[in-house]
Design a protein around this ligand. Structure first.
Ligand code: ADP
Length: 563
């Protein structure tokens, strides 16, 4: 680099020098020619005087021979007198340029090579009466100059070359090298060993640039660090949000996404950031929603991974692009559906006994009341249906009370006598169904809870065990303490529940065999109530059942360690 720069500089200098010399040569030649013209005119005036004094042509030629070769020619072009041995006396000189000029204008000139003398001459002609004076002055050629001054010129050139070399090095040291050092420093090589010192040795102006640059660099680094910190802060904030958040730029390339968005859309930061949203998610609905954003699109509901989300798209002001927010509404939708189902189930369950009651009342009104036996029978049916309605409404109220966890008083209860009491209440129904009731209860089962709820729980399980049993079947009620739990079990030898139905029997209004359920006093709410009570006490309920063999409901209630 350094060598090349200096060489270039020297070559440039030498070229400029040569051009300069050539121009000086041309100018010097012109100046010489002008001077010669003037000098010759002077001499010609002297010659005119000499001639008028009668001095012969030969004498004049000799007298001025130091100026050049002087010849006298008549107007016919014949040589009258000459010192110039090169001029042939027989040669007609009229055809020559300078003679023609002299004949026309009294004075002529030409620069030509003499064949005889083999060198260049300035030929000048002047008319003098009937004669023409020709003065031939030899031109000094470059070779002659070189022969005379060659050595001096060579030394001079060498001197100029060395001088220019010296100037180049000086120029490099003082102007180019500092700039190169600065450039290296700005490029980031400044940390290299030794460069630090070099920067200090730079001229003040360049050192200022280096310092300003350093300050700017430091502030940029600080700004970048602050930007990164903000980015991390933003990321950690949006990562705590449960909604999926995803930002895209104007070209729909992903620029930001939180953890929820990544898990819902199966995206990864390493692979999918900066990718087109359609390519990354393969989800046309997202793309559609982005398309509609310009038209102020309403949030739309979309399904992803078997869940329901509300997708809203918000334009990002100033920056362009959009922000997509995915709000999980699966639970809300499920609850809505449950509510709708619940309302329709309740209506249905209430309607059946009511229709029956109204039917019998109509029949009674229509005359059946006159027959006491029929009237009694109908009234009994109306009574049963009303009780059914009452029990249904009772169950519903109990369920809603437990669900809301409202005003459930808690006290110390011994579940052993409580369970026996409930069992006794079912004895009659069991006898009627031909089912044998037995119990295996520990002497005392102390628990803290609401006695009415436990009665309801056991009552529901026992009545099911009797209802869904065979004649001659058995029902066993067990109660024991086991480790830190209180375990209650109702086991029967009844019809059992098919495996595929087992997970659903705890749902409200769910009945395994709807036609069969009609025969019994069945609402489908019993097990829902049981499950809710168990959950109220943080317990768990397990169902084991084999169709045709029997069913067991096993409840585990944690015993709270209390003072
Ligand atoms: P239901 O009022 O119909 O008895 P439950 O919620 O108590 O409502 O029970 C739901 C369904 O589970 C019943 O319809 C019945 O088909 C089934 N079931 C409950 N307990 C038993 C049992 N011990 N044996 C067989 N099936 C049962």
């Amino acid at each position: 680099m350094k060598r090349k720069l200096i060489l270039n500089y020297v070559v440039d200098t030498v070229l400029i020098l040569l051009v300069f010399l050539a121009a000086a040569g041309v100018l010097a030649f012109q100046a010489y020619e002008n001077q010669l013209t003037k000098d010759l005119r002077n001499i010609v005036s002297w010659i005119r005087i000499d001639k008028s004094n009668g001095i012969s042509n030969e004498a004049i030629s000799y007298k001025y021979s130091h100026i050049g070769y002087i010849s006298v020619i008549n107007k016919e072009g014949e040589l009258i007198a000459s010192l110039d041995s090169a001029l042939d006396s027989t040669e007609n000189l009229l055809s020559r340029e300078e003679f023609q000029e002299a004949l026309k204008e009294g004075e002529g000139s030409s620069l030509r090579k003499s064949e005889v003398k083999d060198r260049y001459f300035f030929y000048r002609t002047y008319t003098m009466g009937d004669e023409i004076l020709l003065i031939a002055v030899p031109v000094i050629t470059a070779t002659e100059v070189l022969a005379d001054y060659g050595g001096t010129m060579a030394w001079l050139s060498l001197g100029v070359l060395l001088l220019s070399f010296g100037i180049a090095i000086y120029f490099y040291r003082n102007n180019i090298r500092p700039v190169l050092v600065l450039e290296g420093y700005l490029r980031g090589d400044g940390s290299r060993e030794g460069t630090e010192v070099d920067v200090q040795s730079l001229p003040k102006e360049l050192k200022d640039i280096a310092e300003t640059y350093q300050q700017t660099r430091e502030s940029l680094v600080a700004e970048a660090a602050a930007g990164e910190e903000k980015r991390l802060y933003l990321l950690s904030t949006i990562n705590t949000i449960k909604d999926g958040i995803l930002a895209v730029d104007e070209a729909d390339n992903i620029t930001l996404m939180n953890k929820s968005a990544m898990s819902v859309l199966d995206l990864s930061e390493e692979e999918d950031l900066h990718l087109d949203i359609l390519v990354a998610t393969q989800n046309l609905e997202l793309k559609e929603a982005l398309k509609e954003r310009a038209e102020n699109a309403q949030p739309r509901e979309i399904r992803l991974k078997e869940r329901t989300y509300i997708l809203s798209v918000h334009p990002i002001p100033q920056k362009g692009g959009s922000l997509l927010i995915l709000h999980d509404v699966t639970k809300v939708r499920e609850l809505e559906n449950m509510r709708k189902e619940f309302v329709s189930n309740v209506s249905h369950e209430l309607k059946t006994p009511l229709t029956s009651i109204r039917g019998f009342i109509e029949t009674l009104k229509g005359g059946a009341a006159k027959d006491p036996a029929v009237a009694d029978k109908f009234l009994e049916i109306i009574n049963i249906e009303s009780l059914r309605l009452e029990s249904l409404i009772g169950d519903l109220l109990a369920l809603s009370k437990i669900e809301e966890n409202r005003s459930v008083a808690v006290e110390d209860v011994d579940l052993s006598p409580l369970a026996r009491e409930v069992l006794e209440k079912h004895r009659k129904a069991a006898e009627m169904a031909g089912v044998q009731l037995t119990e295996e209860l520990e002497e005392s089962l102390a628990y803290r809870g609401n006695p009415e709820l436990f009665k309801s729980l056991l009552s529901n399980l026992l009545s099911n065990a009797i209802k869904y049993n065979h004649k001659g079947g058995e029902v066993l009620l067990r109660g024991e303490r086991k480790k830190k739990n209180l375990v209650l079990e109702v086991r029967d030898t009844g019809i059992g529940i098919p495996e595929e139905e087992q997970p659903r029997v705890f749902e409200r209004f769910y009945k395994v065999d709807k036609s069969r359920a009609l025969d019994h006093d069945s609402s489908g709410l019993g097990l829902a109530i049981v499950k809710h009570i168990v959950e109220l006490y943080d317990g768990e309920i397990k169902l084991e059942s084999t169709p045709g063999e029997g069913t067991s409901f096993r409840i585990k209630l944690p015993l709270k360690e209390e003072a």
